[in-house]
Design a protein around this ligand. Structure first.
Ligand code: MG
Ligand code: MG
Length: 630
C-alpha cells in the first residue's frame, strides 16, 4: 500500500504543507478545499507545484451534504458538484470525496442515496472522474460504513466506490467483520486516524483529538489487516484533525506521519506475516535491557558542584576518560557520566541548556539493528568525530536535541568503559546510599511534542505506553504518560503542560527546551537511603504534616511506620501488586532533581503523590524567589 496524507493535518499555507509532505517522503496528497481557497494562485498552479514536488493529488475533499436532498435542492446540489469537477480537472485529480449528508433537509433511504450517487458517478465518468463515498460517524442517515457500502453497492456504477476512515469506524465501535467482505476494488480510498478513547460528542472528538496511528488507543493494526484482506492495495492516507499538529512545525508533523505509517505496516507484517508492500521489512522493535548510563553536560563550575552533589548521593568517582574531561560515577548498577569538554556534542548541549542531561545510553540486544530500525523509522541518526582509542557508539537524536546511545554485549561496545576510561582509586567519597539501579527517567517537553516522542519511543523499542494521566500542579494541569518495557528495565515518563505556570512548563523555560527533569534511582531500603542523605547533608523535599495525617487515616500502616515516613519526607503508595516509597531531593541549580524509590512489587509511579510533590516544589521555588528578590 502507498502512503498519503491530507493537507488538513499540517499547519501553514498550502505551499509550505506540500513541501513538508514531499520532504517526509509521501507521494500522495489529499487536497482540502479550504487549503485551496486560501491559496494565492489557480488550481492549475497547485497542480504544477504538486508535480514539481513529485507528488500526486489523490483526492479533492470534502464534498458535503449531497445524497438524499429533496427535489427542490437536488438540481443545485448537482450544480455544486459540477463546479468541483471543474476544479478537479485543473488540479489533475480524479477522485472526489463525498461525505455522508449531515443536513437536516436530507431524506433517508438507501435507494434514494444510491440513485443520487449513481447519477453523480455517471456525470463524473463523462469527465474521467470518480466518486468516493464516506460515512461520517455523525451523518444524518448514513453514519456506518456498512450502510455506505450498501449505498455504493446499489449505485452499481464503476465510477462510484467506498471511502473507509478508521476514525469513523471505531468512533461508533462498529465491528470489522463486514469490512473484509467488501471487494477491494470497490474501495477507492482508505483514510487512517487514531484517537484516544474519550467520552465526548463524536464531532468534537474527531475535529480536535485525532492523532497518527499508534499515538492513540484505537486498534489500527486490526483495521488495516481487515482492509488488506479485501485485496485493497491503494493509498493509506492520514487524515488527522488535531490542535497540537496545527500548532506544530509542518515538517516534523509530516515526518511523524510517515513514521506512524511505517510502524503500522511493520505491525501489520508482524500480525499477519503479509508482505509489507511498498514498505521494506524492519528489524524487530528493539528490546531494551536497561539504562547503561546517563550523561551530564556541564562547565567546570557546574561540574564541580554536580560531582559534589553526586558524591553526597553516595556515588563513587570510579573512572576518568583517557583523553577527555569526562568522569564516570558509579553506585550499584548506575553509571553517571559528567562531561566538561569544551567542544563536541555535550558542550553544544551545555551552551543551549546549561547543566543538563545531554545523553542517555541504553542497553539493547543489538545496537546496530536498533540504529537500522531507527533510521528506517525516520529517526535522526547522530555521528560525531571519534578520537583515537574511542568507540563509535550508535546514536539517534532524542528529546530536546539530546542523544540516545545504543550499547550491547555482542559487539565491541560491551567494553566501552574499559576501552575509553581508566579506573581511579576511590578516595574520599561518601558512603554509598544503597542506590542500585535507575528506576525511571522523567522528561518534560512542550505539549505539542508529546505525541511525537510517544511515537518515537513506542515505534523504536519493545515498550508499552500507560494510559494518559492528568496531574494537578498548583499552576495547572500536567499531562503524563509512561513508556516502559514489560519487565521495567526501561521506564520513561513523558510530561507536558499547556499552562505556562506548572513546574513542567517552568522547567522548559529555565532549561531552554525539553529535557530530563528528574531521574529516579531505586533502592532496597529507603530508610537507609534517607539516613545516608541526612548524614551527607543532602536536602530533601519537605512534605507537609497534613499528608501524613491523611495517610494514617487512608491506609492501615502501623503508626510507627508512618512516623518513620514522616520523619524522612517519604511518600507512600500501594497498588494490587505491592508498595511504593518515594523521596525527592531539592533541585540541583533549579534544573533537575533526584528521586529515590523503593518498589515492593508496585507497578506504578505514585501518581496519587504527584500533586503533593508538585505543591511542595512550587512552595520551595516561591520561597527561593522571595529570598532572591528580598
Ligand atoms: Mg475521513
Ligand atoms: Mg518520578
Amino acid at each position: 500500500m502507498k502512503t498519503a496524507i491530507a493537507t488538513v493535518c499540517l499547519s501553514g499555507g498550502l505551499r509550505e504543507k506540500l513541501e513538508a509532505i514531499a520532504a517526509a517522503g509521501f507521494r500522495g496528497v489529499e487536497i482540502f478545499e479550504n487549503d485551496l481557497l486560501s491559496y494565492h494562485g489557480t488550481p492549475a498552479d497547485v497542480a504544477k507545484e504538486v508535480a514539481d514536488l513529485g507528488l500526486k493529488v489523490i483526492t479533492f475533499q470534502p464534498f458535503r451534504d449531497f445524497e438524499g436532498m429533496p427535489d427542490s435542492q437536488r438540481a443545485r446540489t448537482f450544480d455544486r458538484a459540477e463546479r468541483k469537477f471543474d476544479v478537479m480537472g485543473e488540479l489533475g485529480c480524479d477522485l472526489l470525496l463525498v461525505c455522508s449528508n449531515v443536513s437536516p433537509q436530507a431524506q433517508g433511504g438507501i435507494d434514494h442515496a444510491a440513485a443520487d450517487l449513481r447519477e453523480l458517478g455517471e456525470r463524473a465518468a463523462r469527465r474521467g472522474l470518480r466518486i468516493g463515498f464516506e460515512a461520517l460517524a455523525w451523518g444524518r442517515h448514513i453514519n456506518d460504513y456498512r450502510d455506505a457500502w450498501e449505498v455504493v453497492r446499489r449505485a452499481d456504477h464503476p465510477a462510484v466506490g467506498l471511502v473507509l476512515d478508521s476514525f469513523h469506524v471505531y468512533a461508533r465501535r462498529t465491528d470489522l467483520n463486514r469490512l473484509s467482505a467488501i471487494p477491494g476494488d470497490r474501495i477507492f480510498l482508505v483514510q487512517l486516524a487514531d484517537a484516544p478513547w474519550l467520552d465526548m460528542d463524536v464531532l468534537t472528538w474527531s475535529r480536535h483529538f485525532r492523532c497518527f496511528p499508534g499515538q492513540g488507543d484505537m486498534p489500527l493494526t486490526d483495521f488495516v489487516a481487515a482492509v488488506a484482506a479485501t485485496g485493497y492495495r491503494d493509498h493509506l492516507s492520514l487524515e488527522i484533525f488535531n490542535d497540537q499538529f496545527r500548532a506544530g512545525s509542518p515538517r516534523s508533523v509530516a515526518v511523524d506521519g510517515q513514521r506512524s505509517l511505517t510502524f503500522l505496516m511493520d505491525q501489520l507484517h508482524e500480525l499477519t506475516g503479509a508482505p509489507p508492500g511498498d514498505f521494506s521489512a524492519l528489524p524487530p522493535r528493539s528490546k531494551c535491557l536497561g539504562v547503561e548510563f546517563i550523561e551530564f553536560a556541564v562547565d567546570d563550575r557546574a561540574g564541580d558542584e554536580l560531582e559534589d552533589f553526586l558524591g553526597h548521593l553516595g556515588f563513587r568517582n570510579a573512572a576518568r576518560h583517557k583523553s577527555k574531561a569526562v568522569t564516570r560515577w558509579v553506585q550499584g548498577a548506575i553509571n553517571l557520566v559528567v562531561n566538561r569538554e569544551k567542544e563536541g556534542f555535550a558542550h553544544s548541549h551545555y551552551i543551549t541548556h546549561g547543566p543538563s542531561v545531554c545523553a542517555i545510553g541504553l542497553k539493547v540486544q543489538s545496537a546496530a539493528a536498533t540504529l537500522d530500525r531507527a533510521e528506517r523509522l525516520h529517526d535522526i541518526p547522530f555521528r560525531q568525530r571519534v578520537g583515537p582509542g574511542e568507540l563509535e557508539i550508535p546514536a539517534v537524536r532524542g528529546v530536546g536535541g539530546s542523544l540516545l546511545y545504543f550499547v550491547d554485549q555482542g559487539s565491541a561496545l560491551a567494553k566501552v568503559w574499559d576501552v575509553e576510561f581508566e579506573l581511579l582509586r576511590a578516595a574520599g567519597n561518601a558512603a554509598s546510599a544503597g542506590l542500585i539501579a535507575i528506576d525511571h527517567i522523567s522528561q518534560s517537553m512542550h505539549y505539542e511534542d508529546m505525541l511525537s516522542w510517544l511515537l518515537f519511543y513506542t515505534s523504536l523499542f519493545d515498550v508499552e505506553k500507560t494510559p494518559q494521566l492528568d496531574i494537578t500542579d498548583p499552576g495547572g494541569i500536567v499531562r503524563s504518560q509512561v513508556v516502559e518495557t514489560a519487565d521495567g528495565a526501561l521506564r520513561i515518563a513523558l510530561n507536558a503542560s499547556q499552562s505556562p505556570r506548572t513546574q513542567s512548563s517552568r522547567f522548559l523555560s529555565e532549561y531552554f527546551g525539553s529535557g530530563v527533569q528528574h531521574i529516579a534511582f531505586q533502592t532496597d531500603d529507603i530508610l537507609a537511603a534517607a539516613r545516608t542523605l541526612r548524614v551527607n547533608r543532602v536536602a530533601t523535599l519537605p512534605i507537609p504534616a497534613n499528608y501524613y495525617d491523611d495517610l494514617e487515616a487512608r491506609v492501615d500502616l502501623p503508626a510507627e511506620r508512618v512516623r518513620a515516613l514522616r520523619a524522612n519526607n517519604i511518600l507512600y503508595d500501594r497498588d494490587d501488586c505491592g508498595e511504593y516509597f518515594q523521596l525527592y531531593t531539592t533541585s540541583f541549580k533549579d534544573l533537575f532533581f533526584i528521586e529515590i524509590v523503593q518498589r515492593r512489587g508496585y507497578r506504578g509511579f505514585g501518581a496519587i503523590n504527584a500533586p503533593i510533590r508538585l505543591n511542595a516544589q512550587s512552595r520551595l521555588a516561591a520561597e527561593r524567589a522571595a529570598l532572591d528578590s528580598g
